[in-house]
Design a protein around this ligand. Structure first.
Ligand code: ATP
Ligand code: MG
Length: 400
């Protein structure tokens, strides 16, 4: 019988350079997160941490037979490739670390070798020199010859269309031909919590993805701007928050909604050129209130330098004066077209182009270089305290 993939091999990058203890904790977390994503997608895999890889095998026990026949290493590999901290994944065939089974597995995988595609064989061999009767180069050459004979394809060691990979360990080996790229970064849950101001437009969902990517647990907060917002805005924010959270199903990243309609109406009535800055300050204070409750160390927004008048350098400084926690802006230096492209990649672009509430609150002639004194003098005295208290009125968006 032809061998076929029976597990998925998960590779991680930056984690590997951490020192022993930190690395162990991060790998535990990563394995947990892979487990959570498999469960969320109803893939019956068993996650095992082993040497410098994470392996996903068919689930065992109980209803094992039924489960095993349903287990797809390819589906498991694709799901695991959505996990933050993962660099790449591969559906693989496990074999004994000997020449003949390695060759047979590679030839079996070569059955669907794309017409005209070039290839390379790469071996990665661990264990002392005496463990295997071949060097990495020798086994690459031998397996390469077999794949070449079976497919008639040309070898291209510099830029192959397909790489047959041999992971050879002391008493087992994994052979694979297909690779899925992961996001890289760090496992979510290893860097504490941040409260992200989340409008659900183009920028904030991408900012959320970037923060997740660095291992932060993101708590998204949406301000319902009342008459200046609308059900369609809330629905869009709820949906994009859900899409971003799909890659981190083990944390509670549901959208928190804060009713801010009254506060915005007062701001519109009482302020003019500095209105947007006061609104941003109020938003940061709402986020501070949530951060106190959930134990977050920082706040975050989807702002980038100069994108809007409220996002000039001097105005960002004035905005930040309302916060006590550091404000993370992962998109600070990104150009809009890059952000749009990434939104498409991660699936949050969906109808992200509707005219958002903030536009309607904005004054005709916004201040681009406001001082803290100027903004404070113009805004209602109780604005920030009121904003912070609003955090207590938050509710979780309906996900229906
Ligand atoms: P995005 O920047 O997400 O595309 P936007 O363009 O509507 O949304 P901007 O005016 O650029 O928003 O707002 C800058 C940042 O302020 C957003 O990235 C987000 O962090 C925050 N923000 C704006 N509106 C809201 C809102 N209604 N609720 C929560 N945060 C918001
Ligand atoms: Mg924006």
């Amino acid at each position: 019988m032809q061998p076929s993939p029976d597990l998925a091999v998960v590779r991680f990058g930056e984690l590997g350079i951490k020192s022993g203890k930190v690395r162990g904790q991060m790998l535990d977390r990563l394995a947990e997160n892979v487990r959570a994503i498999l469960e969320d997608r109803e893939i019956a895999g068993r996650v095992e941490r082993r040497w410098s890889r994470i392996l996903i095998w068919p689930a065992e026990g109980g209803d094992a037979e039924a489960d095993n026949s349903a287990f797809s290493p390819d589906e498991a590999a694709q799901a695991a490739a959505d996990t933050f901290g993962v660099v790449s994944t591969r559906p693989a065939i496990s074999v004994a670390p000997e020449r003949e089974p390695l060759e047979r597995a590679a030839v079996a995988l070569a059955e669907d070798h794309p017409e005209g595609a070039t290839f390379a064989v790469r071996a990665n061999r661990a264990g002392s020199a005496e463990t295997h009767p071949f060097t990495s180069q020798e086994i690459e050459r031998e397996v390469g010859a077999a794949v070449g004979e079976a497919t008639g394809a040309d070898v291209d060691l510099d830029d192959p269309d397909r790489t047959y990979r041999l992971d050879v360990r002391e008493d087992e080996a994994f052979v694979s031909a297909v690779e899925y790229d992961g996001p890289g970064g760090l496992p979510v849950g290893t860097q504490g919590k941040t409260v992200l101001l989340f409008s659900g437009g183009l920028d904030s969902p991408v900012a959320g993805w970037e923060l997740f990517k660095r291992g932060l647990e993101v708590v998204p907060v949406y301000l319902d701007l009342g008459a200046y917002g609308g059900a369609d805005h809330l629905a869009r924010a709820t949906e994009t928050a859900r899409v971003v959270a799909r890659s981190a199903p083990h944390v509670d990243a549901r959208l928190r909604v804060v009713p801010a309609g009254d506060l915005v109406e007062d701001l519109v009535a009482e302020t003019d050129s500095t209105r947007m800055l006061s609104l941003r300050r109020a938003m940061l204070r709402v986020a501070e209130g949530v951060a106190d409750d959930v134990g977050a160390h920082s706040l975050a927004t989807g702002e980038s330098v100069g994108q809007k008048s409220s996002q000039t350098g001097p105005n960002l400084r004035t905005t930040d004066a309302a916060a006590t926690r550091p404000v993370y802006r992962p998109l600070l230096t990104r150009d809009k077209p890059e952000i749009v492209e990434q939104a498409r990649d991660i699936g949050t672009f969906v109808d992200a182009t509707m005219n958002v509430g903030c536009e309607r609150v904005a004054p005709d002639y916004p201040e681009t270089n406001a001082t803290i004194e100027q903004v404070e003098a113009a805004e209602p005295d109780d604005l920030l305290a009121r904003a912070e208290a609003l955090a207590d009125e938050r509710y979780v968006a309906d996900e229906g």
